[in-house]
Ligand binder design. Structure first.
Ligand code: ATP
Ligand code: MG
Length: 278
């Protein structure tokens, strides 16, 4: 409460005190509009509250997006499906309905570097955040390093919650670097906790699933991890080119066919030879 005198000042101060900043900003302008256009009391109040509700929604969304720590912002609409025909657009569109979250299905994105795994995982997690879920993004290596540091620093339980409590967790680049045995155990811990709560984990990897035994340094741990991730999972196995390389397609193709380049060079040399003969 305040010692403000006029109702205008008091209302402004009280709305500020209650943390209803947008309502404090707009109630006077809307009151003038209400008078000019003959809105009733309830109509006016509804407009003020709607303005506040929409500002609060946007602020919470922005805060969930900051919390998520995405490496970049990407949307499904930005994904060029024509460039990557091995991806069934309908499957991705179905995932974008977020039914997989209610059904507790994890997602696995497999494929070579640059084929769009992280893009799709980030875009789907963003869709979830926009729908009100909490999401978090980490690489596999960052997660196990953070958790093993937390173990030695004595804050394991709270750090673990960072990875187990969000409705959607993206674990990027699984298997980029092989994991030591205790790191694999830590990884299993997160996957198992999420599996038991039926909260989806989105993983990306450029390793084939059969190589996971090697990656986790232990076939038993690897199959326990895979078993939980793949149970009810949607697996997108992307077999296609790198988007990063598309502008260098010609160069990349030339690099893949060194004999053609040689032939071209030989042809040029032969033409020059021929020219000299004339
Ligand atoms: N089909 C596509 N349409 C539009 N942009 C794409 C497409 N595929 C990839 N990209 C873009 O190319 C870049 C690389 O894609 P992304 O990071 O998703 O690759 P990745 O499969 O995760 O590769 P890596 O295994 O190297 O991490 C990103 O900027 C992404 O937005
Ligand atoms: Mg990636």
């Amino acid at each position: 409460m305040t010692d403000a005198t006029s109702p205008y000042e008091q209302l402004k101060a009280d709305l500020g005190y209650l943390g209803l900043g947008r309502a404090a900003e707009c109630f006077a302008v809307l009151a003038d509009q209400a008078k000019a256009e003959g809105w009733g009391h309830v109509g006016y109040l509804a407009r003020v509250v709607a303005e506040q509700a929409s500002a609060t929604t946007n602020r919470r969304l922005a805060s969930r997006m900051r919390f998520a720590h995405f490496p970049f912002r990407r949307t499904i609409d930005e994904f060029d499906f024509d460039f990557q025909p091995s991806i069934d657009r309908k499957v991705v569109e179905d995932l974008a309905t977020l039914r997989f979250i209610a059904e507790g299905r994890s997602l696995a994105f497999l494929g070579q570097p640059g084929c769009g795994k992280t893009h799709l995982a980030v875009a789907l997690a963003t869709r979830a955040i926009e729908a009100g879920y909490r999401g978090y993004f980490t690489t596999a290596d960052d997660m196990v390093v953070a958790l093993s540091r937390a173990r030695t620093e004595g804050n394991w339980a709270s750090k673990l919650r960072l990875y187990t409590s969000p409705s959607v967790l993206v674990i990027d680049d699984v298997g980029l670097l092989p994991m030591a045995r205790d790191a694999a155990g830590t990884f299993f811990h997160v996957i198992n906790a999420r599996y038991e709560k039926a909260t989806p984990t989105l993983i990306t990897t450029n390793r084939g699933l059969p190589a996971w035994g090697e990656l986790f340094g232990d076939d038993v741990v690897a199959s326990a991890i895979l078993d939980r991730i793949l149970h009810k999972a949607v697996v997108l196995n992307i077999r296609g080119p790198s988007w990063r390389m598309r502008e260098h397609q010609a160069l990349a193709e030339a690099a893949r066919r060194p004999q053609d380049t040689a032939t071209a060079e030989q042809r040029t040399a032969a033409q020059q030879e021929g020219g000299r003969d004339k």
